[in-house]
Design a protein around this ligand. Structure first.
Ligand code: NDP
Length: 444
């Protein structure tokens, strides 16, 4: 049995009932084979065994009170996966689907993504099965304070620096930061994605979506193409989706779809982002309201179809894991999609990725494509430690440079170890090499 097959079998035996985690591990280990089995140093140092076992897994009870005075209980998680190259760094997700498997897959992916940014950040992830939808501001605050009342003992500006993810934006980060400060009596950059009046970075809100479009642009430029004039399908209508759509529009693309968990809109004239922002960022409403307000748009339920049924040149899945399956990939390929960039984490199933690669569709995986968010989070950490704040243009220019650096590393590793356009292997290998070297040097 090969080294990788043995590790895969051991990980499967030790992590029964964790399909998303196994999917993420399987995707990484199979694509780094050319490197991980080429030199016994990895096997002799048990690097893959160590990489697939988190440093620490924290699970805790989160009691909170609803507006009717009832006590409610959710489960909180923080997985500190690997700190070989820097403090743990990764978002907090609040969504009813959250479980150990999902947080572990996200934390595992984060190790390689953070390594690819070139910045000194390790991998972690956390969250809760709390559902923020339909909750009052007071309920959200009560939950966030209770969540932080346990989490604060495990994190710190040089230990573990969480950020936002699904269901966690500036409001939730604000409540958590306030509670951390109250409990520790320390004013430090323990969370990123903070408000601009208390240590947040300009361009953090835009960073994941902008970064995604920058790297898709890099990928298209390599084949002499670009975003200008292209029809773009975006899924999701949250932080990543909105700012990906904004940058794609600014660069001359036409974004024709957006979605949420109940349905999606198609606007052949190009999505009006002011309307989407008002619905999602201000009113916290449903995407169906877009079709009530904009005459050129159609609304479809997610029970009958998905945004991927629309003909497009560029597909940007920006909602959640496994939202684009092999049938969606076949439809996109049939409709001659040129490029796919993953804004969400693991949005494409393994079979969908295989279909894109077989069809020679340009495909940029999440680890590289959505790393702009964590990269600007690391820039927020730097600004906090220096007690400085940089201008929007300064941060945006650094983000652009970081995304180009990620593209070059991914592309070079792909060419050296796999095929020039196999960005899935390229991103995994480039991310792996740096972390593995640090782990060997440190002996833990
Ligand atoms: P938001 O909560 O802002 O938005 C999430 C969007 O996806 C919403 O439109 C939501 O719809 C939809 N969605 C969530 N869960 C599901 C589901 N199970 N089925 C269908 N639609 C769903 O989150 P973000 O934009 O921050 O995150 C989106 C993705 O990007 C996630 O995979 C996240 O891990 C990833 N990511 C985020 C980063 C960031 O900086 N925020 C950084 C890197 C990756 P609804 O409102 O109906 O739930």
């Amino acid at each position: 049995m090969s080294y990788i097959d043995k590790v895969m079998a051991d990980v499967a035996a030790r992590n029964a009932g964790q399909p998303e985690f196994m999917q993420a591990v399987g995707e990484v280990l199979t694509t780094i084979k050319a490197v991980a089995e080429s030199d016994d140093v990895y096997k002799n140092n048990a690097i893959l065994e160590r990489l697939t076992e988190p440093d620490r897994q924290i699970m805790f009870r989160v009691p909170w009170t609803d507006d009717n005075g009832n006590m409610r209980v959710n489960r909180g998680y923080r997985i500190q996966f690997n700190n070989a190259i820097g403090p743990y760094k990764g978002g907090l997700r609040l969504h009813p689907s959250v479980n150990l498997s999902i947080i572990k897959f996200l934390g595992f992916e984060q190790i390689f993504k953070n390594s690819l940014t070139g910045l000194p950040i390790g991998g972690g992830k956390g969250g809760s099965d709390f559902d923020p939808k339909g909750k009052s501001d007071r309920e959200i605050r009560d939950f966030c304070q209770s969540f932080m009342t346990e989490l604060y003992r495990h994190i710190g500006a040089d230990t573990d620096v969480p950020a936002g993810d699904i269901g966690v934006g500036a409001r939730e980060i604000g409540y958590m930061f306030g509670q951390y400060k109250r409990l520790k009596n320390v004013y430090e950059g323990v969370l990123t994605g903070k408000g601009l009046t208390y240590g947040g970075s300009l361009a953090r809100k835009e960073a994941t979506g902008y970064g995604l479009v920058y790297i898709v642009q890099n990928m298209l430029e390599k084949v002499g193409d670009g975003i200008k004039g292209k029809t773009v399908a975006v899924s999701g209508a949250g932080n990543v989706a909105i700012y990906a759509a904004q940058k794609a529009t600014e660069l001359g693309g036409k974004v024709v779809t957006m979605s949420d968990s109940t349905g999606w809109i198609y606007d052949p004239k190009g999505v009006d982002l002011d309307v989407v922002k008002d619905i999602k960022e201000v009113k916290r409403g449903r995407i169906s309201e877009y079709a009530d307000r904009v005459k050129s748009a159609e609304y479809h339920s997610s029970e009958t179809s998905k945004v991927w049924s629309v003909k497009c040149d560029i597909a940007l899945p920006c909602a959640t894991q496994n939202e684009l399956d092999v049938d969606d990939a076949k439809t996109l390929i049939k409709n001659k999609v040129k490029a796919v960039g993953e804004g969400a984490n693991m949005p494409s199933t393994t079979e969908a990725i295989n279909a894109f690669q077989a069809a020679k569709t340009l495909f940029m995986p999440a680890k590289a494509a959505n790393a702009g968010g964590v990269a600007v989070s690391a820039l927020e950490m730097s600004q906090n430690s220096q007690r400085l704040s940089w201008s929007f243009d300064e941060v945006d220019a650094k983000l652009k440079g970081i995304m180009k650096g990620i593209f070059d590393k991914t592309s070079d590793a792909a060419a050296q170890f796999s095929a020039p356009d196999d960005y899935v292997s390229g991103a995994n290998i480039a991310g792996f090499l740096k972390v593995a070297q640090a782990m060997i040097a440190q002996g833990v």
